[in-house]
Design a binder for this molecule. Structure first.
Ligand code: SAH
Length: 203
């Protein structure tokens, strides 16, 4: 599989729909985010190991979650569990120069991997080492929050740190939950089943 056929399949199967998200998939090349040894498999529609028992997410899952998040130019977005940095770079491409992406990763070597891989592109992204289960108070509030590791429930901190009208898209066990903040303490929620994620590890 090459990059164009991966993207075409994701469009044909209905996972990728929004022009700005499709453009990001075209511009941000997954091959720049997979380990050297896995380059031949960069366009496979499955997760790949990135070390430390973690994976670069499956393209289908990233497409599905980004379509639910609806990231837009100019927004400030928190990316929790940045790993390889692929999703971080996709988000940076979409929010553009007037927006901001803050990435948080708990494993120091993977935080470095995020920085190294994202620096292959001309984005300014803030990458923080820490426990994303607490969100990132210093940069709050966010327009959107997205997580790549599964918690048992959406942490209270994320609900507090997202703006009214903003969204949280995150894995909860083996499903994906999309929350929209409709009031200071009110959320609408949708849940999509049948996915698989590494756990959100919180201290
Ligand atoms: N979007 C990344 C996904 C990596 S897998 C990619 O496609 O490469 C999920 C990541 O979440 C792992 O790197 C893992 O170390 C990280 N993670 C798990 N729990 C975390 C936490 N509490 N805070 C920050 N990162 C966490």
């Amino acid at each position: 599989m090459n990059k164009d056929s991966l993207i075409k399949n994701l469009i044909d199967d209905g996972y990728l729909r929004t022009p700005t998200i499709i453009e990001a998939f075209q511009k941000i090349d997954r091959i720049d985010f997979v380990p050297e040894a896995a380059r031949d498999e960069a366009y496979g529609n499955y997760p790949l190991p990135i070390g430390y028992s973690q994976t670069i997410s499956q393209p289908l899952t990233v497409a599905f979650m980004l379509e639910l998040l609806e990231p837009k130019a100019g927004e400030k977005i928190l990316d929790i569990g940045s790993g390889s940095g692929w999703q971080t770079a996709l988000l940076a491409q979409i929010v553009g120069g007037k927006g901001k992406v803050v990435a948080i990763e708990r494993i120091p070597e993977l935080k470095t991997m995020t920085e190294k891989n994202v620096s292959k592109y001309n984005f300014i992204v803030k990458v923080v080492e820490g426990d994303g289960a607490k969100g990132y108070e210093l940069e709050a509030p966010f327009d959107k929050i997205i997580a790549a590791a599964a918690a048992a429930a959406i942490p209270k901190s994320w609900k507090e740190q997202v703006k009214i009208g903003g969204k949280i898209v995150a894995p909860i066990r083996n499903s994906i939950v999309a929350l929209e903040k409709t009031g200071p303490n009110e959320f609408s929620e949708k849940q999509y089943f049948g996915f698989s994620f590494v756990p959100l590890v919180s201290s």
